[in-house]
Ligand binder design. Structure first.
Ligand code: ADP
Ligand code: MG
Length: 317
């Protein structure tokens, strides 16, 4: 690399912002040293984005910087965690300064928004891939899990579905409907960090939608040992997704397409008024789309008719 490894780390990734007091040692030593406050538990997640698998080779590096962090913050949100620290493992074919500058801009804009510290990482040469590890804090015993949904619970979704899937179709040249909003949602998803913390103590189960509603709600159902019935008409959809459905007759995007990074969670009936109060107080939204029932599996109705499901969302193997 023309730009040396250590120079690269210093220029683009070291201390661009202020660090919180709980970051005792950040970038520059052999390990980061972090302080977990008493009464809190540490939530840890890692996600890798690989060129050609998770993003197209011509992706805008600023969007990639945003998205590689957003998908991890979304996992923390799904557990009800408050994001605190990050590590970043970058594998780069070349040290292209313009590329790195744009990547860092997207990455740190989102990191700053949630006041998370980048405290370490790894930099190697090879085919482009980005791994971000995110760490967050949860009051002891309050993590939101996939298990815990019970018969009668309402199923909620935090926002629109199928838009990222439509954005991908546009990027791949498979759709000609106008879809600026869909592309923005595909490339710059907004993790539901505040909502995840708001539903702690209210939701009985929670997951973030990375592989499609059918697949991810399916994980809640199997972890909880229950089934569910959804009302398709209740799914929040953008006008762009509605236009796509109108043009193609394809109803599968909101159920099967991945990358939306909304939260799907279940709420016992007796906690729904508290949910609505908190949402109102915080200016956040969630949409009730169905109910947990006893019969295993997922049933979806649209205008009283059953909608067939053919595949199970995105799977790597
Ligand atoms: P070591 O050889 O001990 O693993 P490195 O030489 O790989 O350390 O990294 C030097 C320092 O820079 C470490 O603190 C490491 O965490 C940090 N670092 C390396 N790459 C990155 C990166 N892409 N982003 C943030 N910090 C990084
Ligand atoms: Mg070392």
């Amino acid at each position: 690399m023309a730009l040396g490894e250590f120079e690269l780390i210093r220029r683009f990734f070291e201390n661009p912002g202020e660090h919180s007091e709980s970051t005792i040692i950040g970038i520059g030593d052999d390990c980061a040293v972090l302080q977990c406050p008493p009464g809190m538990e540490l939530a840890v997640t890692v996600d890798t984005l690989v060129e050609g698998v998770h993003f197209l080779p011509d992706v805008d590096p600023e969007s990639l910087g945003h998205k590689s962090l957003a998908v991890n913050l979304s996992d923390l949100a799904a557990m009800g965690a408050e994001p605190r620290w990050l590590t970043l493992a970058l594998t780069l074919p070349t040290a292209d300064e313009n590329w790195l500058k744009a990547f860092a801009r997207g990455f740190f804009a989102l990191a700053k928004q949630y006041r998370v510290d980048l405290v370490g990482g790894d930099t190697t040469r090879g085919p482009l891939s980005v791994s971000v590890q995110a760490m967050g804090l949860i009051p002891a015993g309050q993590a939101l899990k996939r298990s815990g949904a019970e018969m009668g619970d309402s199923i909620y979704i935090s926002g629109v579905l199928g838009s990222a899937g439509l954005g991908l179709k546009v990027r791949l040249g498979e759709s000609s409907v106008a879809a600026e909003d869909a592309i923005r949602r595909l490339e710059k998803p907004e993790p539901q960090v505040r909502l995840g913390q708001l539903i702690r103590g209210i939701a009985s189960a929670c997951i973030d939608i990375s592989d499609g509603l059918a697949a991810d709600l399916g994980h809640i159902l199997s972890a909880s040992g229950v089934g569910a019935t959804l009302q398709y008409e209740k799914l929040p959809l953008t006008t762009e997704v509605l236009a796509w459905q109108e043009a193609t007759g394809d109803l599968s995007l909101p159920l099967m397409a991945g990358d939306d990074y909304e939260l799907c969670f279940t709420v016992p009936r007796n906690a729904e008024s508290l949910l609505n109060l908190r949402l109102l107080e915080q200016g956040l939204k969630a949409y009730q789309i169905g109910r947990i029932d006893q019969e295993p599996g997922l049933r979806i109705y649209r205008h009283g008719q059953k909608v067939g499901l053919t595949s199970k969302g995105y799977q790597h193997f």
